[in-house]
Design a protein around this ligand. Structure first.
Ligand code: FAD
Length: 434
């Protein structure tokens, strides 16, 4: 016998699950929201370090993201102004080069333009991934695209470094997702990067998710990991790892793609979706904060994947006469966020006299409840398995930034897909399909 019952059980309290739970309760449905961790937010995580609040996971949003922007306005939450960058360093062909932002942009922009030249023809209508035949582009990896440009060693490293923030593995990531991202910003990769990587939320992502959760009447149960979900044809039964059973008319499964293999789903999902779950997405990157001595010149730095443990670094905040630098590592296993000297050595590749005082980060790859960072689809999955997974699987509706249509890989996508799942379920509950 189930221990409790409701209209909808939502599993996972990241932005997707919290948005779905809020929307469904505002429609008058009873919702139980199950979360494995002892906090909400998932791969966004605002926490205390260096004596101030910092973001360990997803951070940057933008006014061009409709779901995010609507919520920010609804809750009167502004964005923060990022620090202006005065110097750029880039590692290319074995040497570190430096210049102004304008000098760097003029060197890298023609290469970026070549990489993304077909973004708008591949995705002329980014809201409809089937608008054109994507079969060919869905076979191409990021590495295949890079090779096809036949660049000099210097230009290749320059371009590789510019992309590296969003790369773990050139051979495993499909080029289609990057082309789609560029297409959503009118084919302009620089514009996409600005929407994806510059503007933090004042008060942090926690402020936003708490505001959305505050509007929800869902029964939130933290520290309640789920082990099984079964649609028996007339209802859904969710079993937690501690053996509790919850019956509902339908379920939103808003879990990271890379954790879904740990949850028994009955009946099983279609084969392409099962393969995508089993193979996981390849993003095993790291985000590390470094507190460095003094108010140093605001810089950002880029290194090609595999050629420095820190691939992107950027001065982000001033703090108590020191400077806080955000670092992204393409390969989380190449650097330890707790290793101050290791992070300092990686930053000294670019700025030889930088003095790292403290470091901090969260191990998203080793974390049981994420098993990776943001999603980047393997070739084929963006336009095939992911859309299939967005279709209702009986009474089970999958959601999450990892399988989102337009905002794939980010907070916007999580909200977009959580809201979409809630709409589909509300319609099915209203007309008696669930
Ligand atoms: C380091 C890093 C930097 C990023 N930077 C950005 C950025 O700047 N901008 C941006 O837009 N995006 C960014 N992202 C991506 C963004 O954070 C995610 O795409 C988004 O938060 C995903 O939301 P979600 O709700 O789909 O999944 P999640 O936030 O992962 O939520 C899923 C929830 O499910 C829970 N869970 C897992 N397994 C179980 C289980 N068995 N039972 C119950 N609960 C379970 C998890 O604990 C989690 O709370 C970043 C991600 C990382 C890791």
């Amino acid at each position: 016998m189930p221990n409790s019952a409701c209209d909808v059980v939502v599993i996972g309290a990241g932005f997707a699950g919290v948005t779905a739970a809020r929307d469904l309760t505002l429609e008058g449905h009873s919702v139980i929201l199950l979360e494995g961790r002892d906090r909400v937010g998932g791969r966004t995580f605002t926490s205390e370090v260096f004596g101030r609040q910092m973001e360990f996971g997803g951070t940057y949003v933008h006014w061009t993201q409709p779901n995010v922007w609507r919520e920010l306005q609804r809750h009167h939450i502004p964005l923060s102004l990022p620090l202006g960058i005065e110097r750029v360093y880039w590692l290319a062909d074995g040497m570190v080069h430096s210049g102004s932002q304008i000098e760097y942009d003029s060197a890298v922009s023609p290469l970026v333009a070549r990489f993304f030249a077909d973004a708008r023809t591949r995705f002329p209508l980014p809201v409809d991934l089937s608008a054109v035949d994507n079969t060919a582009i869905e076979k191409e990896t990021l590495g295949g695209r890079l090779d096809s440009l036949n660049l000099s060693a210097y230009d290749r490293d320059l371009l590789d470094g510019a992309l590296s923030t969003l790369v773990h593995s050139y051979s495993e990531q499909g080029v289609a997702q990057m082309l789609l991202w560029a297409a959503t910003a009118f084919g302009d990769w620089g514009a996409f990067l600005e929407t994806a990587g510059f503007w933090p939320i004042k008060g942090g992502t926690k402020r936003l998710i708490d505001a959305i959760l505050g509007e929800s009447k869902a029964d939130l149960r933290l520290s309640t990991p789920v082990s099984a979900i079964e649609d028996d044809g007339s209802s859904v039964v969710v079993t937690t790892r501690s053996g509790e059973r919850i019956r509902a008319r339908s379920a939103v499964v808003a879990l990271p793609l890379n954790t879904l293999g740990d949850v028994a789903i009955t009946p099983d999902v279609a084969q392409p979706v099962r393969t995508m779950i089993d193979h996981k997405h390849p993003m095993k990157t790291a985000k590390i904060w470094a507190r460095v001595r003094g108010e140093i010149e605001p810089f950002c730095a880029f290194a090609p994947v595999g050629k420095n443990p820190v691939n992107t670094a950027r001065v982000e905040h001033r703090h108590e006469d020191d400077t806080l630098v955000v670092c992204f590592a393409s390969d989380a296993s190449a650097i330890d966020a707790e290793d101050r000297e290791g992070v300092q050595a990686a930053l000294r590749t670019f700025v030889p006299d930088i003095d790292v005082l403290e470091t901090a980060g969260h191990d998203w790859v080793g974390d049981d409840f994420s098993q990776g960072t943001w999603a980047h689809h393997r070739p084929g999955n963006l336009t095939q398995a992911a859309p299939q997974m967005r279709e209702p699987h009986g009474r089970i509706h999958f959601a999450g930034g990892d399988i989102a249509p337009l905002g794939v890989g980010g907070i916007e996508g999580a909200m977009e897909s959580g809201a979409g799942a809630a709409r589909n379920i509300a319609a099915a509950l209203a007309d008696g399909r669930h």
